[in-house]
Design a protein around this ligand. Sequence first.
Ligand code: PEP
Ligand code: MG
Length: 875
Amino acid sequence: MDNKFVYLFSEGNAEMKNLLGGKGANLAEMTNLGIPVPQGFTITTEACTKYYEDGEVISNVIVEQIMQALAKTEEITGKKFGDFNNPLLVSVRSGARASMPGMMDTILNLGLNDKTVEGVAKLTGNERFAYDSYRRFIQMFSDVAIDIEKRKFENILEEIKELKGVQYDTELDSEDLKKVVQRYKELFLKEMGKEFPQDPKEQLMDAVKAVFKSWNNPRAIVYRRLNDIPSSWGTAVNVQSMVFGNMGDNSGTGVAFTRDPATGEKIIFGEYLINAQGEDVVAGIRTPQPITKLEKELPECYREFMSIANRLEAHYKDMQDMEFTIEQGKLYFLQTRNGKRTAPAALKIAVNLVEEGVLTKEEALLKVEPKQLDTLLHPAFDADELKKAVPIAKGLPASPGAACGKVYFTAQDAKEKHEKGEKVVLVRLETSPEDIEGMVAAEGILTGRGGMTSHAAVVARGMGTCCVAGCGEIKIDEENKVFIANGVTYKEGDYISLDGSTGNVYGTAIKTVAPEITGYFGTFMAWADEIRKLKVRTNADTPRDAKQAIGFGAEGIGLCRTEHMFFDEARIPAVREMIVSENEEQRRKALAKLLPMQREDFIGIYEVMEYRPVTIRFLDPPLHEFLPTEEEDIQDLAKEMGISFEHLKSTIESLHEFNPMMGHRGCRLTVSYPEIAEMQTRAVIEAAIKVKKDKGYNIVPEIMIPLVGEVKELKYVKDIVVKTANEIIASEGIDLKYLVGTMIEIPRAALTADDIAKEAEFFSFGTNDLTQMTFGFSRDDAGKFLNSYYEKNIYESDPFQKLDQTGVGKLVEMAVKLGKSARENIKLGICGEHGGDPSSVEFCHNVGLNYVSCSPFRVPIARLAAAQAQIRNPR
Ligand code: PEP
Ligand code: MG
């Protein structure tokens, strides 16, 4: 037997979501529950996939099955496609497994033609209604299925209203609407070179094809990428017989939620319009009534509606978002689904449903999208003020949150003004590591260039600072300290506001409100902690970040990047001195200046972390990142160091590398200059001893060696670390434990992880570098060309954000197995950006890591993702 590609609503159920899409499965489920649903059928997601496999044609098998289902629908409804006396009209809608804005809009009233329109007029005794429906259908079908611009139809309607001297559509009578229909058909002929299709079956097949096609429209592709929806899923198509809410004052249409989607409060929340079709509610021409008023207008319908709504919520064990229509006093449900809600509402509803005994804690934990928590952790704009504001430009939403402050164009200015108590927004063409202090000082960061993984974006996300990146619409003139947006010039000191969640830039000050961690949030996260097996640490380089992360529930530091401390204004001279040193003696002198500062950093971090584990990674980046590039700065540095400009310049030039990311960095620096590791070990161990003595915290520092690819290089560095540490510990006469481990971030390290584990007491997967080196493209540059890959469906997501489980993940899995084979109890973690991405966290749980580590603001997201992973796949 051929595959079944089409299901009547009475043939499906809620379990068949993958095949029928969310909407289709729910229509089937409601039909089974005996809820009044206008009948119809669903064309499966497999039919969509097949459509693409067959080279964008709908195969005969599918056409046949559609025609059979249509015939059955005619039987069930007693109406007929194209029939004058009792015409069947249908709506056609897309319906993927997950609800997807960005896909095709609904087509209503399909089946209308020159003949059936008369039939509808006769049947309803309302010619105006019939022609109004017909003109709406021609416009919708042409816009959605054929792609003729909506504007062209609207212009015609405007012209006819003007001719008649009226303002609203409702003031047109049936004769006017006939004229509109005539003009619309002429427009269609002109645009398409053929008549508007009169055969309802042809209309239907065009509409089905349009739904399949919309699966791959650019908006849908972007939405899928942002929401981890694979392109292989495809969309279903729902064909449903029409009922009419615009057949008089005992008809109407509306939408409703079983709880308030903004707050989560348990009240019916919704709106309806008497004598209207669905699109009138959306179009906003008439103001809809609150659903409670229906009790007075149509009490029978209201009672039935309430009882079904409650039944649906109890059945689905979740807040429902429903569409309904009343046709001459008879109530129909057109759709139900789990309603979208704000993050605070999601938490309240989840906790309440457990309290009400509807859900278990595990079920409740699965109801909230981990990424949604993000909105709760950043400042937000005051809702009333935001409503009034108009954006002046839009860039990439690189790091969420809201920021408002005065514009400054250099890191230095931003820092100074911040120290004077001003709120500042740093505006740069792009940022570099040297800007770090200005970035820390800023409420928000706006850049003219760079993508979602640009320096500004990555650093801002790490700090939880709002950032709009790559805003090419504005012209930034750093030299003159101005930027121009939409022809308006903004100078240093002018107020702007940024929305890091939408990418919007506003030319005025908009008030922000601080994040609040409400009671429901706390309760919900405590449940997540009870269940999860995977620990969650944070990537933090400063006591401030560490404190923030603990507040969000971090259980340790998984990555402290020591080089970030080196960029500090007070330290960079000593760092530069170290780099340009010509011999060990000079280098040791410079390192001696850095030692006390680095030791203080670690003391600060240990004190905040108290008893929690802290992984400190030794110096990693290529050294030239610390050196000045501008002539002027080189002059200054030469003076400071008492050497000649030429000498310094040639040293800097000699440090130039063609491919610094694959150059002299990570443990390679220590192999060349062991004294760097000596100094860092000293700082780590002496700080731990001090905190142990002063505060009694038993710190067990975890020293992490970066960029290892060969066990012998790890052993070389480890020997230096162990020798230095043991000498200090012995001389202090104190008992202090410490671990030495490595990052696994070079493919060769993963491939030889059994050898590496003989020396490493722990592994931390550095999936930023591991991704870069496995794919062979640079983490800094890939953003420039990956868009073409998404458009062409070669990659569906950014491998630097969502772990590539097929390739990079295979290396991780292999390294886990090999590592354990050599050292049974080896501690395993991840500290690349992926440690805060929900699907990657699930992967880490599944392959048996002990912890994930991510930026402070993603800690709650990782905690929830880890709990969900345990619920789905207990270990
Ligand atoms: C990594 O490579 O994944 C990592 C965490 O280190 P960095 O990003 O500092 O290179
Ligand atoms: Mg790395």
